[in-house]
Design a binder for this molecule. Structure first.
Ligand SMILES: Cc1cc2nc3c(=O)[nH]c(=O)nc-3n(C[C@H](O)[C@H](O)[C@H](O)COP(=O)(O)OP(=O)(O)OC[C@H]3O[C@@H](n4cnc5c(N)ncnc54)[C@H](O)[C@@H]3O)c2cc1C
Length: 369
């Protein structure tokens, strides 16, 4: 077997996408994950137009489109009146919608496509330590399924090992940012409800905004920081079944350096933010695409310069938007105190906002740098 040129640590959506993009470019890869199988949780739902475009040549997009729900817009309600409507079908893209697909299904399609191309994830295989020897050599300790530690050298490593990245901590790279003090709650619910299943909803309550995303078959994702948020469901909606729920703290962080010697970071290992706007998984897949393209072109030195400003800007924007669910910030104040003015001015911002939601707010790889 050909020796891998790139070791990918982590088989979440970021690592899987990196393995797929590199394989398509003819680069031999090895992908490892410490878990025996991938998580079956729905987590990220929104696959945006940018991700669909990047994955199109791999065949993954066509498969995702067969299964997912197309969300063509988002409505914001206050006191039962619609005050904002974001129409994604007006965005200039072949994918004029947010595709709603649970993360485990996206991971399954990426995994199956990789397997068809001869790449299988090495599971129960954990990176436990790493030392950078030079700009093109890292010594890695890998705990294999045999229970033994194997010491191996790699000339390039893509760290996609998630929010609690071992690679980031072993290399002592800072992950600065802040966390909201309050817990956020997310539910996947089967509802008896007449709301259209091709539109997301935002319910602006006195305690903050609650987000509702359609998952098909009367299943909805509800989320936000409002305590007891199920009490604010529209009266005509009844909970039939709770399929999943989770509570977590929301942080906004960006890694100090996207690269250190032969090690490059992507996905949650490099950036974290609230699920508002559905950008997390999508930004990680974009990191993977930029990494793979620059690797194949021999331009990896530009990775940090390309990713750091894009990611910082998106994380800042998400942090500002995440004030809505917390009953804070300029937008929430307008919606709460001056809904008719908000209704009148929103159409001015809607086109730019639509592009942002679909991940089309920046070029993937800047042209002339
Ligand atoms: C409730 C919720 C809703 C969300 N909604 C959205 C959304 O709508 N849209 C969106 O884009 N994002 C969303 N996100 C964020 C999204 O889930 C994450 O951004 C995404 O999972 C990050 O993918 P990743 O591959 O970078 O990391 P992960 O998915 O965390 O994968 C990291 C992998 O690395 C492995 N690993 C870790 N350490 C090691 C090691 N030392 N050795 C080997 N393997 C290791 C882990 O086992 C794991 O499989 C949401 C998140 C949550 C919790």
């Amino acid at each position: 077997m050909q020796k891998a040129e790139v070791l990918i640590c982590g088989a979440g959506p970021t690592g899987l996408a990196a393995a797929l993009f590199l394989t398509e470019l003819g680069v031999p890869v090895r992908i490892i994950d410490k878990l025996p199988k991938h998580s079956g949780f729905s987590k990220a739902l929104g696959v945006n137009a940018r991700t669909l475009s990047l994955l199109k040549p791999t065949g993954v997009t066509d498969i995702l489109l067969q299964d997912g729900i197309k969300m063509y817009g988002m409505n914001t309600w206050r006191d039962g009146k619609r005050i904002m409507h974001l129409d994604l079908s007006k965005v200039d893209s072949p994918y004029k919608f947010m595709l709603i697909n649970p993360q485990f299904k996206t991971e399954e399609v990426l995994t199956a496509t990789l397997a068809q191309k001869g790449i299988n994830i090495e599971r129960s295989t954990e990176l436990t330590d790493i030392n950078i020897i030079s700009n093109n050599k890292a010594k890695v300790s890998i705990l294999g399924p045999d229970g033994n530690i194997h010491l191996e050298d790699y000339s390039c490593l893509f760290a996609a090992d998630g929010a609690h990245s071992t690679v980031r901590s072993k290399l002592n790279i800072n992950f600065p940012g802040t966390s909201f003090p309050e817990p956020w709650h997310f539910y996947d619910l089967e509802l008896k409800c007449a709301l259209p299943q091709d539109q997301g909803q935002m319910l602006a309550t006195k305690k903050g905004a609650i987000i509702m995303l359609p998952m098909g078959n009367n299943i909805w994702r509800l989320g936000g920081s409002v305590p007891n948020l199920l009490e604010y469901l529209p009266q005509e909606c009844k909970v039939i079944n709770t399929l999943w729920d989770t509570t977590f703290k929301v942080s906004h962080r960006v890694i100090d350096r996207f690269a250190s010697g032969p090690v490059y970071f992507g996905g949650d290992a490099a950036h974290l933010h609230s699920p508002v706007g559905g950008r997390g998984m999508n930004l990680g897949i974009e990191d993977a695409f930029v990494f793979a393209t620059l690797y194949a072109n021999g331009r990896l030195a530009k990775y940090t310069r390309f990713r750091q400003p894009v990611v910082k800007k998106v994380v800042d924007q998400v942090e500002r938007m995440s004030q809505m669910p917390r009953a804070k910030g300029a937008m929430y104040t307008m919606v709460d105190k001056a809904p008719s003015i908000m209704k009148a001015i929103f159409p001015i911002f809607a086109p730019t906002f639509g592009k942002w939601v679909l991940g089309l707010d920046h070029p993937v790889i800047p042209d002339k740098r």
